[in-house]
Design a protein around this ligand. Sequence first.
Ligand code: SAH
Length: 213
Amino acid sequence: MTFKDERRSMVQAQLERRGIKDGLVLDAMGKVPRHEFVPPESAGIAYADGPLPIGCGQTISQPYMVAIMTEALCMKGGEKILEIGTGSGYQAAVLAEIAGQVYSIERHATLANRADCILKELGYSNVHITAGDGSLGLEDEAPFDGIIVTAGAPSVPESLKWQLKEGGRLVIPVGGRFMQALLRITKRGEFYDQEDLLGCVFVPLVGAEGWDG
Ligand code: SAH
């Protein structure tokens, strides 16, 4: 099977069959070469149904979780999106297929540099990566149509809520260090709606509005 075939069967078996319906998300994940974002020795299992190690003790999320989180942002195309936790850069590439501009922050400079190189090589000129603590968001570029946090937080960071546009959505795993609930927070005027989407397991968000390092 070629990587393209593996990707097609990932989209069908892991995403469509489990209820992912958003055509923009399915198309994006059918395009992004996930095998380019994992360490070379894992390329053969890049499309498997689970997370994979990417170095620095971090992981690239399971394809289904990437799809659920992207779908939860309800993008229509052209949005300005902030991602916290670049990791491999894969989620950023999926977002970049749909959004207008994607800003992504990664705490580990090694991972940030590697993701930046891969994304540039693949031609994703609408992804902008910064190394640093993303728990405070990216004030200079705020507000955002959507913010996605791919690491687990002890509580919803206030800075991220403030950086949402009216009607904007924040998708974030919140809970304990080893298990969280995936939340979607939507800004409605002065208020924030909160929905609990599903249980999940993410590496910790480490930073000023996250866990201690
Ligand atoms: N979205 C990634 C998966 C990331 S794993 C992908 O598609 O591959 C979570 C990442 O969040 C890790 O790389 C971790 O280093 C990073 N992280 C944790 N706390 C952070 C913080 N405060 N700011 C930025 N990145 C953080």
